[in-house]
Design a protein around this ligand. Structure first.
Ligand SMILES: C[S@@+](CC[C@H](N)C(=O)[O-])C[C@H]1O[C@@H](n2cnc3c(N)ncnc32)[C@H](O)[C@@H]1O
Length: 240
């Protein structure tokens, strides 16, 4: 079975496994803690790289699923008509389309994103790369994410776009995924500058502690050693 067929099977199975679960609900304290911390890190990375006027940016998420992450970008100031998402799974995209009817969604493989080169200011991926096991598939997807990203234009002083990748580097309990470590990020997105932020308190710990002590979770996450994900801001180097 190729990796795309495996992914489709896995997500069909996952839909059944997680039916009725509140693991990814905003009402689940551990999930809320992780979402807030991720949003704080994303906003800090956007601010540091001067991407604060989100209404002027065209944004693509590769592997957007049901559109939850793109919806968060509305709160950061993005315009719905400038948001785009691509996913393999039609039923997830349908959900995204119902939530964001004026955004653009395409049922496609991230290896060949259906957009011209240099279309987007921001290209996102959130726990999509770790769900892909085949190294060639990972490489092709990341190459296409770079292709559709706006390049720096030194003559006009325009700095070029940015990729934001959020994914775990370690998840020993799920054989259907493989973590993405910093060394691999550098191979997948060559000739770029990278800012790595190690975030997200290990979910099994957050599930136990967040309902009891938000402050303790904040303290543990600040230590970094128990954090399972990297948020990475990736910017192509200027060619001049
Ligand atoms: C763990 S889900 C994350 C969904 C969303 N990014 C989020 O954070 O809520 C990973 C998503 O990546 C999608 N995906 C995996 N491989 C893909 C590919 N080759 N092309 C497009 N989407 C893909 C899956 O269909 C799935 O919806």
């Amino acid at each position: 079975m190729d990796d795309i067929a495996r992914l489709r099977d896995e997500y069909k199975d996952r839909k059944g496994r997680f039916a009725g679960s509140n693991l990814y609900s905003w009402f689940n304290q551990a999930n809320l803690f992780a979402l807030h911390q991720r949003q704080r890190s994303i906003l800090a990375a956007l601010k540091k790289n001067k991407f604060t006027a989100l209404s002027s940016l065209s944004i693509l998420e590769m592997g957007c699923g049901g559109g939850g992450v793109l919806t968060e970008y509305l709160g950061f100031g993005a315009l719905p008509e400038k948001l785009h998402g691509v996913d393999l799974l039609f039923d997830r995209l349908l959900h995204a389309h119902h939530t964001l009817p004026s955004s653009g969604f395409a049922n496609a493989d991230g290896q060949s994103l259906p957009f011209p080169s240099q279309t987007f200011d921001l290209v996102l991926q959130s726990t999509a790369i770790s769900s892909i096991l085949d190294p060639d598939l990972r490489r092709n997807i990341c190459a296409d994410m770079l292709r559709v990203l706006r390049s720096p234009a030194p003559a006009s002083g325009k700095p070029g776009g940015m990729i934001l990748s959020y994914d775990f580097w370690l998840n020993p309990t799920n054989p259907q995924t493989r973590g993405v470590r910093p060394a691999e990020i550098k191979q997948l997105f060559p000739n770029c500058q990278y800012e790595f932020h190690r975030i997200t308190l290990a979910p099994p710990i957050a599930r136990k502690l967040a309902p009891i002590s938000w402050g303790l979770c904040l303290f543990l996450e600040s230590l970094k050693i128990l954090n399972t994900h990297y948020l990475v801001a990736i910017r192509p180097k200027s060619e001049d």
